[in-house]
Design a protein around this ligand. Structure first.
Ligand code: GUN
Length: 290
């Protein structure tokens, strides 16, 4: 079993980005600038956004964190997005999800200018991705593709089962892996909460992407020997033995599944850090395009 080490791989990518930024600065170019908008105080979101800002510092980007209260009105958020769209120093920005219930997420994502949409969530960029036109790829699927590529995991002609059909992960990774591209050319099945006989389907998979958000859902009896496992889940599970009162669990029961795997991502330290590295990569691209 080989661990797909997202922590190390993302560090390699961040060093590559830092070198590119040094070169840009030496040549008198513009320092890339990423902004993140956080609405409310969701614990996990605060952790993610904090990690994104810290990663910007590491690679030499400028970063701006816009921290808005839970009660922020949709109109106020739209005004904030407009200000970021028209701010010439900002190369790209993200609105951290999930948003409070009184805000229409789709309306917000559509307000982000597609050229600054480094999350790749705007319908224009989703459409380009689906049509295989170069654009910002959403960071988590992009990170998975990069991890598979750097570890030279064969995907061509393989049976890939994606569990979960979210707009952020399941849907885009299923599109990308079916395309004619590196880490692509796979035969992809999307499974979800209405899928019947899931175990029969997962047992035939060469590669499984677990992105359903249920801790330790995928167990050893559901996979065949030699499988490659990408675990996208990261849920806080109560654990009294831990100082902070919880541990982080993936969607995969690591002990039983890793015993049968050729490759597997750990949680934490797998897909999570890759997501941040790819967001930086998209920001560098946004800056160089402007
Ligand atoms: N929430 C969970 N994942 C993401 C992500 O990749 N981008 C944003 N903006 N919010 C998220």
């Amino acid at each position: 079993m080989i661990l797909l080490d997202g922590k190390k791989t993302s560090q390699d990518i961040k060093v590559e980005i830092a070198q590119a930024v040094s070169k840009i600065k030496l040549e008198g170019g513009k320092t890339p600038h990423l902004a993140a908008v956080l609405v409310g105080s969701n614990g996990a979101s605060m952790t993610y956004v904090g990690a994104k800002v810290k990663a910007c510092e590491f690679v030499g980007f400028n970063s701006t964190l816009i921290d808005l209260p839970e009660e922020t009105l949709e109109e106020e958020l739209l005004n904030q997005i407009d200000a970021l769209n028209t701010n010439d120093d900002i190369d790209g920005f993200i609105v951290q999800l999930p948003l409070p219930k009184h805000i229409d997420e789709q309306k917000i994502l559509m307000a982000v200018h597609p050229d600054k949409d480094v999350d790749g969530f705007h319908p224009m960029n989703v459409g380009k991705m689906a049509l295989d036109v170069p654009t910002f790829l959403p960071a988590t699927p992009f990170g998975i593709m990069e991890l598979l590529e750097r570890y030279k995991v064969e995907t061509s002609g393989k049976n890939v089962v994606v569990i979960g059909r979210s707009h952020i992960v399941g849907r885009p990774i299923s599109i990308l892996m079916s395309q004619k591209r590196k880490a692509g050319d796979a035969t992809v099945t999307i499974a979800h909460s209405r899928t019947k006989n899931l175990t029969k389907i997962t047992r035939e998979a060469d590669i499984i992407v677990a992105a359903l958000g249920i801790p330790e859902f995928l167990t050893g009896d559901m996979v065949k020997g030699g499988v490659t496992i990408i675990d996208v889940g990261i849920t806080r599970v109560d654990d009294a033995t831990k100082k902070r009162g919880f541990r982080l669990a993936g969607d995969v029961h690591f002990e039983s599944v890793s015993a049968k795997s050729a490759y597997i991502t750990p949680v934490p330290g797998g897909v999570g850090p890759m997501t941040i590295a790819m967001l930086l990569k998209n920001t560098l691209l946004a800056c160089s395009r402007r």
